[in-house]
Design a protein around this ligand. Sequence first.
Ligand code: BES
Ligand code: ZN
Ligand code: ZN
Length: 472
Amino acid sequence: MKLSLQSKITHCDLLVLPFYEGKKPNEYQGDFEGKKNETILLYQKNKLTPRIALVGLGKQNESTAETWREAGGTVMKHFKKPMHSITIVPPKEDAHLVGAFLEGLLLAHYRYETFLSDADRKLQPIQTLTVVIENKTAHKTLEALLQEILAVTEAVKSVRSMVNAPSNAMNARTLTAEAEKIAKAGKKISIKVWDEAKLKKMGMGCLVSVSNGAKEKSRLIMLEYKNAPTNKKPIVLIGKGICFDAGGLHLKQRNLEEMKYDMTGAATVFGVFQILSRLKPNLHVIGLAAAAENLLGEGATKPGDILTAYDGTTVEITNTDAEGRLVLCDTIAYAVKNLKPEMIIDIATLTGAAIVALGYELSALMSNSPHITEQLKQAAHRTHEKVWELPLEPSYKKEMKSPIADLMNYSAAPSAGTIMGGLYLEHFTKGTPWAHLDMGGSAWTNENKPYIPKGATGRNVRLLWDFLKHVS
Ligand code: BES
Ligand code: ZN
Ligand code: ZN
């Protein structure tokens, strides 16, 4: 797709005219007011611009990047027919607002179609996307943003596709193949993969145990992006990569078919690496994806079993469905011991309790570092990928102590499930600056949103990229 800026309107399949409430251009008829996400399609005999979409941005004094992003997404939802060339004429030549509009439009142009045979059901690519902009400074700023908008939106869509892929197509091996593709495409990226035999030898008892009841065995995948002085400590991103979570012997009672999305954290980390690979910022980032499948075949880990983690901590398994923390604890312990991280951020669909606490829009944030917390909150504000901080309440720690091992992986009391998950992981950070993002609610949507279609949301790729750009 060609994304470009022009100073006047030329032929296109679709002309998009966003406008503020009450400020509809006079030449267009109709009672449309320009309320947020209100749209109308007009047809003209004029061959230059045969179709015009008017889209409302809402009240000008209430407008934000997000209202522009949503309007951009809303426009795309209305077209069943292919629109090969689209031109946008913004009512205000503000590069960041226009950038957000483009971002929304591109993010909405997505469908998971790997398994669709019927060509009609597939989305047609946009060939040219043009913005008409006259102001020279706005033109310059926006031009500098275009490559980033493309890299970021494509990464988000690639994450959605990894997550929407069913578990028979996306398992620990194919997830590894995704990482290998990323490493191959980017000069500054290297990859290392540990298989089950190696993980066992290294002492990753918790990570390995999760796949005990599955044919597909656990893997640890490491991507490293290095474009910084050699003494620069890495920022380590860790993703939960459970390709299917049946719950193990504590078999889930509901929504089993959705549990292919339990590898969202790993996919999100890979999405960030796709951006690093294309935009080449001066950073040192290591990504770790802990891949496993939580099934209940012969050999499955049993309730009451005691495992030994990479750092020697012994863990009594009181619930086989609390498997995310098992793959993550070994991975965090590995990073702490071997990678000298400046900080660690883990990202995971860790708990259903995150839905109870925060619903489907927000990700839960827990951290031992006020600095990282603040930076993540600012990134959340800028990207509109919302986070809400939950406390790592120290008095709850005692609930995790097992009478016969150092820890247990699940305790029914107190009932703050998301916090308990965070506290469990904190144990393995040994004071390394760290943050934990629980995407239990925010990874998936059952309703179409302006720029997020039903299914995997692809959220938090933009959040983490924005965080990396600003953190120092
Ligand atoms: N992958 C689930 C969490 C989850 C559930 C995410 C539903 C999104 C939607 C996780 O492995 C899990 O099963 N967690 C348990 C934890 C409990 C056993 C401590 C949960 O949330 O019930
Ligand atoms: Zn589970
Ligand atoms: Zn899980």
